[in-house]
Design a protein around this ligand. Structure first.
Ligand code: GTP
Ligand code: MG
Length: 206
């Protein structure tokens, strides 16, 4: 899939907030500091002119951010919202902020226009307790999931070869659903874009 254009389409900070016009949505979830904003910029090809803010202080993205994307897929053109959800599980975020997180995410992920979720997991450490809880939440909602194992450039060569085979059984997903990714090298970008193309094509057929 080739990205043709990206524009910021708005942000929502509380459940029930006004969502920019209805388009199929692909949401990105993961614990704070896992590399989500970096991955989004890399996937969108916006590493020079960033769309998602890469944080110096973890836990800064506290709202749902929408990016309207036009892309050319293998079979058809797609117009969709790429949705950056707030990261979870960062201990230093004030409790009040953490409590706001779950209702916001649960509300959004249950919306009918969500046609897929990219769940980010740190390739070095594997899933945390919060990651497992979120994967369970996604399974409960019944939304298709792609797992992106982030910061692959920090793995040794043998760890890189083994990462997908190592973590997919732990996560309880098919190895085909898992992409090894690095924002620093661009590894996994094409594979992830092909996965998004498949999710969007599937959604447009139903
Ligand atoms: P929050 O919005 O705070 O929840 O964080 P985030 O998940 O959006 O992570 P972000 O992209 O802001 O990156 C967090 C830190 O990890 C930054 O210091 C990045 O430079 C670093 N980082 C992100 N992606 C990669 C990667 O692929 N490789 C390496 N080595 N570092 C990365
Ligand atoms: Mg971020």
């Amino acid at each position: 899939m080739v990205i043709k254009s990206v524009t910021f389409a708005g942000a929502v900070a509380r459940p029930g907030g006004p969502v920019p016009d209805r388009l199929p949505c692909i949401a990105f979830t993961g614990r704070s500091n896992v590399g989500k904003s970096s991955l989004i910029n890399t996937v969108l090809g916006r590493t020079r002119n960033r769309v998602a803010r890469v944080s110096v202080t973890p836990g800064r993205t506290q709202e749902i951010n929408f990016f309207r994307v036009v892309a050319r897929g293998r079979k058809q053109e797609h117009q969709f919202h790429l949705v950056d959800l707030p990261g979870y599980g960062y201990a230093r975020v004030p409790a009040a902020m953490r409590e706001r997180w779950a209702p916001l995410i649960e509300w959004f992920l249950a919306r009918p226009e969500v046609c897929g979720v990219v769940q980010l997991i740190d390739s070095r450490h594997g899933p945390t307790k919060d990651d497992f809880a979120n994967i369970e939440r996604l399974a409960r909602i019944g939304v298709p999931v792609i797992i992106a194992l982030t910061k692959a450039d920090k793995l040794r060569a043998n760890e890189r070869r083994e990462a997908v085979g190592r973590w997919s059984p732990v996560l309880g997903v098919d190895p085909d659903q898992v992409v090894l990714f690095s924002s620093h090298t661009g590894e996994g970008r094409e594979e992830l874009l092909a996965g998004l193309d498949a999710l969007l094509t599937e959604a447009s057929a139903t």
